[in-house]
Design a protein around this ligand. Sequence first.
Ligand SMILES: Nc1ncnc2c1ncn2[C@@H]1O[C@H](COP(=O)(O)OP(=O)(O)O)[C@@H](O)[C@H]1O
Ligand SMILES: [Mg+2]
Length: 343
Amino acid sequence: MPRPFDLLVIGDANPDVVVGPVPRAPEFGQREQLVETGRMLLGGSAAITACGAARLGLRVAFAGRVGDDAAGAFVRTVLAERGVDVSALATDPELPTPLTTVLTHGADRAILTAPGCLTATGPRDVPDRLLAASRHVHAGSFFLMPRLARSLGGIFARARGHGAATSLDTNDDPAQCWAPELLGPVLKFVDVLLPNAAEARALAAALAPASPELALASPELAPESPEGDGADIGPATAAAALARLGPLVVLKDGAAGALAHDGAVLTRTAAVPADPVDTVGAGDSFDAGFIAAVLHGLDLPAALSLAAACGALSTRAHGGTEAQPTWDEARAAALTTRPGSTA
Ligand SMILES: Nc1ncnc2c1ncn2[C@@H]1O[C@H](COP(=O)(O)OP(=O)(O)O)[C@@H](O)[C@H]1O
Ligand SMILES: [Mg+2]
């Protein structure tokens, strides 16, 4: 029987107050500084991925939590307007909706997040009926939701039990600890891991001491190595090392494009040229593109190019969701890149 949803996205959803461009680090001392634009847009890695996937034509459901407040109502409304099913979006009776302020600076950004009810987001917010109803289950922002993180391995195992594939974009760890004891076991149930280059390096370095197999694959990651923090390893090495832990690793590398490592073969794609207004959500839109491509049955090089197109095209407007492409737009832009593979 066909499943009602192509994709279930689990994770964070919040208003992003995107302000900029900020020419330099903001000053304290009650100084008021004027910037060109400020907008309240839908944010949260998982919410941006969900909207990107819906824009690409997938049937998408969202599982997560907002507060009982105006920010929560905004999130619920915008997700629904984008065609995302929010019947499982829980309302926390006490904690507020998370709120993020994004200060943009060229291709870079500073992100301030008050996590609000993200700390309460947990396994109860992910109904089994949706795991059973979806072809693919994706989770975002692993480190912002510790209760969910502790149960994510079990959730992904259930999703796989129902025949779904799984993917994870951890995003940044604000504590910079990368919780290897928590993440390591989850990776066994992850089909596709979607870090950016900095995250991949940090994850590889954090997970290496816990995994002799990984340290063996990349001696520069061993704790006794002078480069034991992973700071000096390249993206391909980091991806190869993480692929040893199970998942296909699809690594996003900003204006340099993206690469994938499946444990044996490295595949690269150049970036689709872009002149970014801001890069908020580029990685999350990339995730949506990669998932959509795989669900459409594209091979890995084509999926990587399509995802890179989705990341690049999303930078055409402020925030994460305003400029996300349709399937046809993404396909046309992807044809301008030429992937290559090395064993
Ligand atoms: N300046 C850019 N030019 C072209 N493509 C870009 C640019 N920035 C991002 N992208 C595309 O979006 C993807 C995700 O962006 P990236 O910044 O690496 O991820 P994240 O947003 O997770 O940090 C990249 O792999 C690339 O394909
Ligand atoms: Mg990201």
